[in-house]
Design a protein around this ligand. Structure first.
Ligand SMILES: [Zn+2]
Ligand SMILES: [Zn+2]
Length: 273
């Protein structure tokens, strides 16, 4: 554990880049060998749009990284936050509880809020406009959403009081898990169901990308699936019945162009869900 702590305390940006690129490459390869859906799409063109939004996400996170570092250091020095209320426990258990807290506040709750508050939904909607969900969809976030998510992460770190190594560990795991559950792959059904009791499985997250309510407003989880089960937002829908996209924005010219998608949140005639 000491090695993990010291590695993630000072993880170089280059290594974080490798984790992101390595995950995309791995799942991209598996998608090519055994895809869930044969979209019949231009995979490279589709990826180029999502990679653009991944790049803007990286830029937003990189630019504001100092604020996150400051928050984690502040909570650590002032013994502030929920993890400081814990009694002296095993370091692995401490790490698991810290990851659970970051996942609940900074991911599950932040995602739920983005579906509830209209102005936030305007930005998050871009993630839902993808009509061919694959591993590159994981970071298809409007720069406005990347900023909203970053603020939510800071709030989560402030409330949880987790040290920086745990934040970096969470973010690294989050990247790979998100690529995994967006990947256009199919696990054996029993295996998918089994893991969905603990973590967000590919079949579970795909339901969130079904184009109509109520499914769009379910399965908000990021790494751990328990929050959806605890808060009653868990749902199941067969893969064969899932249609990706969002009913209010289904025009191809709108959802397959970076330029038009960047403008969607600011449109006066924006259609609500
Ligand atoms: Zn969503
Ligand atoms: Zn998604």
């Amino acid at each position: 554990m000491e090695t993990i702590i010291s590695y993630f305390t000072t993880i170089p940006s280059l290594h974080r880049g490798f984790i992101l690129a390595g995950g995309i490459a791995l799942f991209w390869l598996i998608e090519n060998i055994s895809p869930l859906h044969l979209f019949g799409y231009n995979k490279a063109k589709h990826a180029s749009i999502n990679i653009f939004f991944t790049a803007t996400t990286i830029i937003v996170n990189f630019t504001l990284a100092a604020a996150l570092l400051f928050t984690a250091n502040y909570t650590f020095q002032n013994q502030w936050g929920l993890v400081h209320l814990l009694p002296k426990i095993n370091i692995w258990l401490y790490a698991l509880l810290g990851l659970l807290l970051l996942d609940l506040i900074g991911a599950y709750f932040a995602h739920w809020v983005q579906h509830r508050i209209p102005v936030l939904w305007r930005f998050h909607l871009i993630h839902h406009t993808d009509t061919a969900v694959d591993t590159t969809t994981a970071n298809r976030h409007h720069p406005g959403e990347s900023l909203i998510r970053f603020i939510c992460t800071i709030l989560a770190v402030f409330i949880a009081g987790t040290p920086m190594w745990l934040v970096f560990l969470y973010q690294s795991l989050s990247v790979v898990f998100s690529q995994f559950n967006h990947a256009n792959i199919q696990l054996p059904k029993k295996l998918d169901t089994l893991i969905s009791y603990f973590i967000v499985s590919p079949d579970m997250h795909k339901v969130h990308h079904h184009y109509v309510l109520p499914y769009t407003d379910t399965n908000y989880g990021n790494i751990f699936s328990i929050w959806d089960r605890i808060f009653g937002t868990f749902s199941v829908l067969e893969n064969s019945k899932i249609i990706y996209g969002i009913d209010t924005h289904r025009k191809k010219e709108e959802c397959n162009s970076v330029k038009t998608m960047l403008k969607i949140p600011f449109k006066k005639d924006f259609k609500k869900l």
